[in-house]
Design a protein around this ligand. Structure first.
Ligand SMILES: [Mg+2]
Length: 282
């Protein structure tokens, strides 16, 4: 037993001594990763979102900030004759889709449009912690809600989302509330939500924007490369936790897609880019 421990310790020491973090950056992909369709690196982010108490606390924290924003503005009955409203994203802001991504991981499959369509039509997503109670609180205190999503704006997809959200207990999810669902028009190439936000702001006074992706909040992030995204976050520093409320999403988003200059990379190629992008301090 003692020899086994000494042998293991020697192997570990040899491994550590032979590893240069900088050299390893471009040789990080393993043979196992070459043969997979699922993104093997998604498992930790999935577990973080499904199991970490810290993830849950971050969501509740974000909704507490949103509630404080409602409490601050409800002292005024309206703004220039307009009703108060909140604009929110759906996926990973109020709806938790991690169960479908977990299925893809366990079945070695990559995300694709037919799979997403099936998932949307099922209408069985869970709610993000704190979301249902917050939106009912806001609505009961005179703050309306608009759901702006880049799910496709087709009758079946919108109605499936409404049914899903109605079952979870969200307000403004009856058949008569269709105008509160602003999904992405078919054949729209650009994912910007700005035109839909402006549409709402012409009618109501929007007191807060909620989302897990920065394009849910401000058009300055539309199509921006990763370094400029971070710079713009600093420029808007007074808005975070005020009008702009961000939710954690480690599974996917522009934060990840902006790592790659070229679309359609394989898992192996992505892994190389990821390793090469790491900032080493040693
Ligand atoms: Mg989202």
């Amino acid at each position: 037993m003692k020899e086994q421990i000494l042998f293991c310790a020697s192997v570990v020491m040899l491994y550590v001594a032979g590893c240069s973090p900088v050299n390893d950056q471009t040789q990080h992909a393993t043979d196992a990763k070459l043969n997979t369709k699922a993104d093997v690196e998604s498992v930790l982010s999935l577990l973080y979102q499904q199991q970490a108490a810290e993830y849950r606390a971050l969501c509740l924290q974000a909704y507490n900030i949103a509630k404080r924003r409602v409490d601050d503005v409800k002292k005024n009955k309206n703004y220039k004759g307009k009703r108060f409203a909140i604009i929110t994203d759906l996926d990973e802001t109020i709806l938790d889709n991690s169960g479908s991504t977990a299925w893809l991981y366990l079945h070695d499959s990559a995300t694709n449009y037919p799979f997403l369509m099936q998932w949307w039509l099922k209408g069985i997503a869970d709610s993000v912690p704190g979301s249902v109670s917050f939106f009912n609180y806001a609505y009961d205190h005179g703050v309306d809600v608009y759901y702006i999503s880049n799910r496709p704006d087709t009758d079946v997809v919108v109605k499936a989302a409404m049914r899903n959200m109605h079952n979870l207990g969200f307000p403004r999810t009856n058949d008569s509330d269709l105008s509160h669902f602003l999904f992405m028009k078919p054949k729209t190439k650009f994912s910007s939500k700005e035109a839909r936000r402006e549409q709402v702001e012409q009618m109501d006074s929007v007191i807060a924007f909620l989302g897990d992706n920065l394009i849910d909040l401000d058009s300055s992030f539309d199509g921006k490369p990763k370094d400029l995204r971070r710079m713009d976050v600093d420029k808007l520093k007074d808005k975070w936790g005020d009008r702009y409320i961000v939710f954690p999403n480690a599974i996917y988003g522009d934060w990840e897609s902006r790592l790659y200059d070229t679309p359609g990379l394989t898992i192996y190629q992505k892994d190389s880019v990821r390793a090469a992008t790491l900032r080493v301090v040693l």
